[in-house]
Design a protein around this ligand. Structure first.
Ligand code: MN
Length: 750
């Protein structure tokens, strides 16, 4: 962002100018407005407690100002107002909102809060304080932050709701921050808070957060779409009126009380569509949706929604694929409605959303407001289930923040699909789930033994992606056990962590042999089998842990040949002078040499730096790549289309280094291919003939699994660059009966 734009922003901002007297009046006015909103929820004695909280907070923040120059207390008052007005929270949340910044920023202690308002409120304020102290660190570590936030969520969902209100008000007043701060807060908002708002069912807040974030992150695109929306407004209103008119007439005759109106889609969602579908603004057909809100009794609302649907589709022809029935199966965040897309006048597709007033309330304020703190909710179950799933996911994971966040996003924030067990029981899974995810969702034992599934009575492999409405029967075998590839077949946090656990267990068992072999060898040389020597070897062989060292020895990818070059001093080893360059673990890889470190040129200069090739995407020369600086591990090279790239860039933009390949034909790189084709005698022969015979490429591993007349081959090979790989793929595709040949990454989702 240029300095220029900053100046414009500054001069555009309204100057805060109230004298002391006016300021006091304004604070009181805001407080009274809050009380009015809260009024229906006040029970005896509540008013006094709220007043105490307000006075305590106002006094504590007395000398503080916001960046805009306003008195600080404006902020807690605004957060409390959002909680009551836009989220539907009550008295206790109001008190917490008023107090939310006091423990962190003023002399008030948690003990003070507890003494004055009791333990429940003190716990929530404590949760809010913890979150903000994490988020205010200088290093952008949203993933870690998010994990912390979720940990507090398990205590009390109100912590998250108030935090969302806090974030919303900060986003609304972001103009006053410095540009870097704006970008940091905005990206955190899209990455963490908007999905969370969505998951809590707070659609309005989610939309506003996204729009506000976009305004700072993509100011040009934002302004452009906003301008076009306002330019086309009149035309759109005319169209909406034309569309609505016949519907109104029909609905009036039914006696159902209703409201019907057109609602523009958010700037952020329009922008997403433009990017995703690669179309222009003019080509985005759903710039708005029609919403019909009916006033009906709870026991009649479902029936009447369908009635309205029937009237609409009498008038306009619906698209059968776009019917969404969230009446029968509400989303897990509580959203209920009936959506359809119909062909309107002038051949335009128009989305129509039908809801009752009650459903609309949930759609706007979220389910949380109805949960526990409000009488008569029939959705507690669903919400409880979600929370307990989160608790599970958090309690049995030891991954770092990024991994955790990715798992979490997919498992809990993504849209879900509904599938059925053979007995007709509904299961909710995130979009993209496979038969294997389903198996693990039933039971770990079912998942671990899964060899395939019947989806709608047809046999499919474990990696088969499920769709809403599928009925799944899992096929198991006692001989089955999880392998590394499975990690590429699942999206749910539960399945991933169970597979990882089992792989680790397996590795540990195998590693025992390696440990024994090493012990013998060391003792044979007169060196001790002690921690010092093990550590020396771990660093010499450049493996991550002693488990890896033992494992490599056990499976013979490490033959300990180099052990000879060590000297023994006392019973300790002394490292050989020449430090070995990290080696790809294989015996066939004899071409790999010390030139490794000269392969890649970084940034604009041609400095040569040590690097490693990321295991998650196994880049090879010719791939478009970037470097990622990780603490402790130095620089790792990833493909730009690495499954982890987006997260890394979003979270650790400052650690990304521009990287390109230098020319080098001497060294080969490990990569993998997945081949699917018709199972046939000699298929392995044919494939390996092409690879090692015709193309003279070294194979590191080749496994073929066959199922119902199909086979799936996984081949790990050494190639020099992308060109050679592409060539090989083309040759393999020419073979008879080969259906597909795809490059794979160990971590890639199949
Ligand atoms: Mn705050």
């Amino acid at each position: 962002m240029s300095a220029n734009t900053n100046t414009t922003l500054d001069t555009d901002l309204p100057k805060y100018a109230l004298n002391e007297e006016q300021e006091k009046k304004e604070i009181l006015r805001k407080y009274r407005a809050l009380l009015r909103l809260l009024h229906p929820k006040l029970k005896r004695g509540d008013k006094e407690i709220v007043r105490t909280a307000f006075e305590m907070a106002a006094e504590a923040h007395k000398t503080m100002r916001r960046k805009s120059g306003e008195p600080y207390i404006f902020h807690p008052l605004a957060v409390a107002t959002i909680c009551v007005e836009e989220i539907g929270l009550g008295v206790r949340s109001t008190i917490c909102s008023l107090m939310h910044d006091t423990v962190e920023d003023t002399d008030i202690t948690l003990e003070d809060v507890e003494r004055e308002f009791g333990t429940e409120i003190a716990r929530i304020v404590d949760g809010l304080t913890k979150i903000s102290s994490v988020i205010d660190t200088n290093i952008s570590q949203q993933a870690e932050n998010f994990k912390k936030i979720l940990l507090t969520l398990t205590d009390d969902p109100r912590v998250i709701l108030i935090k969302l209100a806090d974030r919303l008000h900060n986003m609304r007043t972001l103009d006053y921050m410095k540009r870097e701060k704006q970008l940091k807060i905005a990206s955190e908002t899209v990455w963490v808070y908007a999905p969370l708002a969505h998951r809590m069912g707070l659609y309005n807040i989610k939309t506003e957060l996204e729009d506000l974030a976009m305004k700072y992150m993509e100011p040009e695109a934002y302004k452009e779409i906003a301008r076009k929306l306002s330019e086309t407004k009149r035309e759109r209103t005319r169209y909406i009126n034309e569309f609505i008119k016949p519907l109104k007439e029909k609905l009036n005759k039914t006696g159902i009380a209703f409201e019907i109106f057109g609602r523009p889609k958010s700037i952020h969602s329009i922008w997403n569509k433009i990017k995703k579908k690669n179309v222009s603004f003019e080509e985005v057909y759903d710039l708005f949706a029609i919403r019909i809100i009916i006033d009906s009794q709870p026991e009649k609302e479902k029936e009447e929604c369908w009635k309205v649907y029937s009237f609409i589709t009498d008038e306009y022809n619906p698209s059968p694929e776009r019917l969404r029935d969230w009446l029968s199966n509400p989303k897990s965040n509580g959203y209920e409605a009936l959506h359809t897309t119909v062909m309107g006048p002038q051949g335009k597709w128009v989305e129509v959303q039908i809801r009752s007033k009650r459903m609309n309330e949930i759609a706007e304020k979220g389910l949380a407001a109805h949960y526990k703190y409000k009488e008569g909710s029939n959705n507690e179950d669903r919400f409880d289930k979600w929370f307990s799933q989160i608790r599970d996911a958090i309690s049995n994971q030891d991954t770092d923040g990024i991994d955790f966040l990715q798992d979490f996003k997919v498992s809990f924030l993504a849209e879900e699909i509904y599938v059925y067990t053979p007995k007709g029981e509904v299961k909710m899974l995130p979009t993209g789930s496979t038969a294997l995810d389903f198996a693990f969702s039933i039971h770990t034992a079912v998942g671990s033994k899964c060899i395939g599934a019947k989806v709608n009575h047809k046999l499919v492999p474990i990696s088969h992606k499920l769709r809403s409405g599928d009925q799944i029967e899992i096929i198991t075998s006692n001989k089955q056990k999880p392998n590394e590839d499975w990690l590429g077949f699942v999206v749910t946090a539960k399945a991933r962590s169970k597979i990882k656990d089992s792989l680790k267990e397996e590795k540990r068992k195998i590693a025992e042999d390696g440990k024994y072999i090493l012990q013998k060898k060391l003792e044979g040389m007169g060196a001790g089998f002690n921690q010092h020597n093990i550590d020396e070897l771990v660093s010499y062989y450049k493996v991550l842990s002693q488990l890896d060292l033992f494992y490599d020895i056990a499976v013979k990818t490490n033959d300990l040949k180099d052990l000879k070059s060590f000297h023994v001093l006392g019973d300790k080893l002394e490292m050989p002078r020449i430090v070995k360059i990290p080696e790809i673990k294989t015996e066939t890889d004899n071409k790999h040499s010390k030139k490794d470190s000269e392969l890649i040129i970084f940034g604009e200069s041609s400095d040569k730096i040590k690097y490693t090739l990321a295991k998650c995407c196994n880049p090879i020369p010719g791939d478009s790549v970037f470097g990622f600086v990780s603490t402790g591990k130095g620089l790792s090279i990833h493909r730009t289309n690495c499954p982890n790239a987006a997260q890394m860039m979003a979270n650790y933009g400052h650690r990304i280094v521009k990287t390109k390949w230098a020319k080098n034909k001497e060294i080969s790189f490990l990569t993998g291919l997945k081949i699917i084709g018709l199972d046939d005698v000699g298929v392995v022969n044919k494939i390996s003939n092409v690879i090692s015979g015709e193309m003279k490429i070294n194979i590191s591993a080749l496994t073929i699994e066959s199922m119902e007349g199909l086979f799936e081959g996984t081949i790990k090979i050494f190639v020099h660059d992308k060109e050679e790989l592409d060539n090989l793929v083309n040759q393999l595709k020419k073979l008879n009966g080969i259906q597909s040949v795809k490059r794979f990454d160990t971590d890639e989702i199949a």
